[in-house]
Design a binder for this molecule. Sequence first.
Ligand SMILES: [Zn+2]
Length: 187
Amino acid sequence: MNGSLYLFPEDVMAAPDIAETLALLQEREVIGDPLAKDSTKQVFLAGPGFAREVIFAGCSPHLRFAPDHEDDRNFCHVALHGPQAKPLLLTGVHTGKPRCPHCRARLDDWRRLVTGAESPVHCPACGKSAIAAALDWRQQAAVGRVLLELRNVFPGEAVPSDGLMTDLALRTGLLWRHAWNDMSPLP
Ligand SMILES: [Zn+2]
């Protein structure tokens, strides 16, 4: 099972500067040595700041920061996705019904209607339309052109620190928000 905490700009069309974002993550020691890199993402080991900037509720679980074997993904590490030309929308097995941004009605049929971030969704309650990225996903989907993925954090288990969120806003000039999801753009 996968679980990730995602941080991303509130403006789903915004593309924060990747170099600035990485510099901030290095300064706050959220990321350590690089693990992998391809055209869509950069993956890093967690740094010593991961456990400071990801705040677990209740009794803190036993966190692992290194793989046990080659295919192991069940340890805390970090991926920075993007920037993509268009926003990604990551929904998962446990994503609940999103709400219409106009009237707040729950959209029962979203799994049929939503095929991507820009899918047009028509609300049967108020008759207005919105693109999927603009729905209220209630922190159960990640959406944006740049996604910071804190891996092996399960839904509701932990939140980002205020300091990290404030610093992201200052460094990128954008407000950021968070969500949890069980779906990851693998590996
Ligand atoms: Zn509506």
